[in-house]
Each structure stands twice: as C-alpha cells, then as structure tokens.
Write a protein that binds this ligand. Sequence first.
Ligand code: ASP
Length: 343
Amino acid sequence: MDQQISILIIYTGGTIGMVKDPDSGILKPFNFDNIYLQIPALKLLDYKIENYCFEPVIDSSDMDPHHWGEITKIIEVNYEKHDGFVVLHGSDTMAYTASALSFMLENLNKPVILTGSQLPLGMIRTDGRENFITAIEIAAAQEDDTPIIPEVAIYFENQLMRGNRTIKYNAEHFEAFRSPNYPALAEVGVYIKYNHSLIRKPNFKKLKVHTKLDSNIAVLKLFPGISKSLVESVLQTDGLRAIVLETYGSGNAPTKKWFIDALKKRIDQGLIVLNATQCQGGPVEMNKYQTGVTLQDIGVIGGIDITTEAATAKLMYLLGIYNTPEQVKQKLSQSLRGEITAT
Ligand code: ASP
C-alpha cells in the first residue's frame, strides 16, 4: 500500500505564481507544470504532489462566489485521494475566500491551507517560497494518522491562522495578515508549533459541500456625515436580503431619527442587518451604550467578534440555504466554523 502523503495544490493565481518574462520584464503567471524548476526544494519533501490550475489564473480582485464553488468542487472530487490541500491565492481577497470555504466545506476533516505572497516566486527576495513550502508541510502534518489541521486556514509569514478569523491588514509588509480576535493555530520558526487546544477537532463525518450562495447582500460602512440618500439607496437595493452594518467601536451607530427609522422599516420588511465593528479587534456589545441599545431594539443582530470578511461569507452561505430571515438570524448568533466567539 502506498503510504506516501498526498497533497493537491490548487493554483488560482495572484502574485505568488508570477515570474518575470525574460524578454519584456513584465510579471506573468508561470506554468505550474514547471513548479519543480521554480522551487527545486519541493523535491526534498517526501510527499506526492499533484496540482490543479485555474484556467485562466486570476488576480484575486476578480474572485467571486463562482470561483469559490470551483475550489470547493475540486476539493470534493479529490477529497478521498489526497491528505491535504494547498490553495495558492492572491492575498487581496484571500481572507474572503478562506471564510467562504470554511462555510462551504461542512464536516471538513482535512487541511485546506491558503497561502500566497507579497513578492512573486520568481523574484529573489520572494516570501512565496517559504510560505508555499511551509503550507505544504502543514497540509501534510498528521498525528496518529489524523491531520493536525482539519480546517480551512491561512498560512502567511510564520503564522497559521483560522481562515475565517483573518483580515489582510498590510498591503506591503510580508506579515500581511492578522487574526485579531483569535490566536494563531500555529507559529512557525525553527519548529512548527501547533496550538492544539485552539484547533478544531475532526468530527469524522462525511464531507458536505455547499455551493449555493446568495450574494444579495451589502456592506454599509458608517462614517460621520453619512447622508440619508446614501443609506436609503443601499437599503432600497433590488433583491437585497441582508446587510453587514459596519459600526463604530463596540457596535455603535448614529441615533438620528431618519437613520433608525430607515433601518427599522427595512428590518420589519425582512431585511437582515448584522452589526460588525469597524475596529480590527474586539467584539460588538450592543448593550453597552444607548447608541447600540437602539440598534438592538429595532432588531439588528450583533455580530460579536466577526470580521467583515467572515460576515459577508456567512450571510451568503446562510441565505443560500435558508428562505426565512428568522432561520438565518438564528444561525448568525451561533459559531458554525469557529468564526465567532459565541458564549
Ligand atoms: N493583486 C494580487 C492578488 O490579490 C496581490 C497578491 O497576490 O498578493 O491577486
């Protein structure tokens, strides 16, 4: 029997897969069949490595739910054949994709590790080589024949983070991602140190893939001076079923009558309003200030410590499954994949 660990690399695009064209000097995606030419060190890993390449590869700014469906389908089809999956992805929307995959892959019992880089693999100082090789090692890591990371995670610059807890917070530094409300699942230096108590436990149930997402949602970020016409035009968007309301601090919003009335009217008509803070860290606590209590009273749902990225993905996933706002609202307050610190 072949005991060799098998990893599937899914290459979607992004900076990591770029090399400089020797003639024009322009960055272009490299042919993934030549991966061993780019990173000869891969041969030293004693794993069977196969790859699947998006056609065409995309900048992650072009990612949408249809691409998330493609990634989940590839994982579903290859689930039994491989021990772990590495998704190479542009860093710009990686936190959204990681969040979405976490919801779409129910009962995931194998590692799905997303990584990318700030500098292309084809550049001498690239951060991509280390990110890529370590992501493969993490995807292959097992204890007692069981994967150590049975969840969707992002590996970037020495940190393994739960995917649906991450945000891209720096456009330039190699340390581009943070997980402000949940500690790292592993820290990487000379050794890969797994924080076992923080990692989700495998449930050994059959993988269930959800590809039906409903993206009839909006993100409304508050700012001092926001106009009535802007708020109303967002709330009146055709087909809108839910919004992520990005509030101040611990979940606070203006108490102006026009604002509260506009929200209340749409909530009474069945719109779901999920309160997520604009702060990078800390939870929404709507019972702390009058400005939050007013929102609670009209039926706004507290997002606890959810990121905007995870909030959008969770809403699309839940709206794809449930028809009534009540069913969706009930699930929003629960941690489905470790995305919130539900008490
Ligand atoms: N624009 C690129 C992308 O997200 C940046 C990167 O890969 O880091 O696809």
